[in-house]
Design a protein around this ligand. Sequence first.
Ligand code: GDP
Ligand code: IMO
Ligand code: MG
Length: 422
Amino acid sequence: MSVDVVLGIQWGDEGKGKIVDILSPNYDIVCRFQGGPNAGHTIIFDGKKHILHTIPSGIFHENILNIIGNGVVIDPVTFINEINELKAINLNPKNNLYISSSAHLILPIHRVLDYIYEKQKGDDKIGSTLRGIGPAYTDKVARRGLPIGFSLLKDFEKLYKELNDFHINYIKYTGIDINEIEIEGLRFREYEDQWLGALALMKEFKLVSVENILHRALSENKKILAEGAQGSLLDIDHGTYPFVTSSNTTIGGVCTGLGIPHNSINKVYGVTKAYCTRVGNGPFPSELHDDISKELQNRGNEFGSTTGRPRRCGWLDLSLLKYAINLNGITDLVLMKVDVLDSFDKIFVAEHINEQNPFDNSEIKLIEFPGWQMDTSSINNYYNLPENLKKFIDFIEKSTSVSITMISIGPSREQILKKINI
Ligand code: GDP
Ligand code: IMO
Ligand code: MG
């Protein structure tokens, strides 16, 4: 039992990157198991901000092996950009970063398709990050996709062209001129050249059978940490479908996205903000549309790490929190961004009147708590937290029957309070 897991249990951006970075020194290996560059995981230390999209958040600790699992979809351009940013701070990730040869590639055409599909949906659009995630996973499931390992085959060029042509035929049928669409400010062919260049560089990294590496690590009692992307409510099966991402962000994704057995999993950390946010469209029962929403957005700096879009804000949703805990078998809760609530005189938690179905009939009632109205951001010990905050924490623990073992009081690595020794 030596795999622990960090999962976002809301609609993403809970602060998973920060928690993985903090926990990493306790582990030998840190792995991403699903999602792709739709993720943006922020880590702040020494006054500098780093945002990772594809690379696991253990990468800042050079003695830890970081692995991109088979369940991830990778865009070589984003990947190489991330590598260059790491090189700029004197990290050489070639030594401690492996990639599953079965992880699928996001092709330039997937980004074009993402854009077209969203355009076709009009007002009903998902609000995708437009990173090509959905189309890349679609090709994987349709068994015509390109795992990165295929890039080592002699006929890769042919395989690439076949898949590209397949989609270009569809795009012609829609009447859209592919040359009119820009990706990152470049025409399709120009971007494709950049992509092929990045793929060549990416092939210099170790492409491996992650399954075998992790099985061996498990047999040697090595400690492994699995890092989720997105959040449980964006899960393709259990989220607010169709306003979801295209992968299993919940616990099952760890086994399929890394090839490890269920009984290797030990702790499952559920990361949740002390309130709720969502970027993109779809149901959000406890969403606020007033000054409080603006205050949460401003104080919490609630703008997307990947797209910069403003995040929708609302109160913590206790019913959805319990749903996510049940989906994943959460053993430890991590409560993030409590400092954002510091100035409020009243704080609320939403509960669904009918908890039978998490998303249908999601009429809510609000439970009120007195605020603590003091700056928590430099408190250095759990026991020094204000009493009203402790009562708020206590209420969540009692309502969910799960302990909150870490409390985050600011964006930096140091701004974390651990309730028990972990
Ligand atoms: P992730 O995708 O789950 O890793 O989360 P993101 O990095 O997308 O978003 C979390 C944001 O909250 C980032 O800007 C973090 O720097 C910031 N953050 C993390 N923890 C805290 C906290 O406790 N307080 C505040 N104020 N900001 C935090
Ligand atoms: P991290 O890992 C927040 C949202 C998008 C959109 C929906 C589908 O940083 O928490 P996609 O690009 O997957 O087709 O978008 O999912 N979304 C995220 N929201 N955090 C993320 O990742 C997200 N990844 C995707 O906004 O609503
Ligand atoms: Mg994020």
